[in-house]
Ligand binder design. Structure first.
Ligand code: HEC
Length: 152
């Protein structure tokens, strides 16, 4: 018993200590999706899907849930947001050339088809896709890609 109490106390101390370090947040004053949406023209339905399921990790502004204040969740979330934006950031759409845009949307279809995006943990906490949403998002993305084939 004594050793168990010591371990629990040590864990508690660690838990308290890690609260003092706060990872940097992804919080621009507003979510910059204007050039992405001007280019890809999402319907209101698609816009809602992207806003609710994707932009938290793929734009310059994350809507943080309350539990993101608590370590170690704060670290995990910061890590996913950073990595997500490294791969695909709609707020940096202007800096992507046509080839890169097309490639990212190709990846998007693949990730969504395979159920890889939104990330599993995010799906657990925020809810996943309905079949209709998934199909609508894929159909819309295919359409946007056609526009790039023409201009290539
Ligand atoms: C919780 C954060 C999170 C959410 C929410 C999220 N993603 Fe991601 N996304 C990531 C991370 C991390 C990566 C990089 C690692 C990987 O590819 O699995 C990524 C990678 C990607 C890539 C790039 C793949 C590549 O190889 O370039 C695309 C495209 C993508 N996500 C689309 C989406 C779409 C579409 C949604 C919404 C339906 C979404 N993501 C929601 C975190 C997220």
């Amino acid at each position: 018993m004594k050793i168990l109490r010591k371990i629990l106390l040590a864990l508690l101390v660690v838990f308290v200590l890690i609260q003092f370090y706060r990872p940097e947040k992804n919080e621009a004053p507003y979510r910059d999706v204007a050039s992405f949406e001007a280019d890809t023209k999402p319907t209101p339905e698609i816009k809602t899907i992207l806003e609710n399921k994707c932009y938290d990790c793929h734009s310059n502004k994350t809507e943080y849930p309350w539990y993101s204040e608590i370590a170690p969740m704060s670290y995990i979330i910061a890590d996913h947001v950073e990595e997500g934006n490294e791969h695909f950031n709609v707020s940096a759409w202007d800096s992507y050339d046509t080839k890169k845009r097309d490639h990212k949307l190709d990846e998007l279809i693949e990730e969504v088809e395979e159920g890889e995006m939104p990330e599993k943990g995010y799906q657990l906490l925020h809810g996943g896709f309905s079949e209709e949403e998934k199909e609508a998002l894929i159909a819309w993305t295919r359409k946007v890609r056609e526009q790039y084939q023409v201009s290539n």
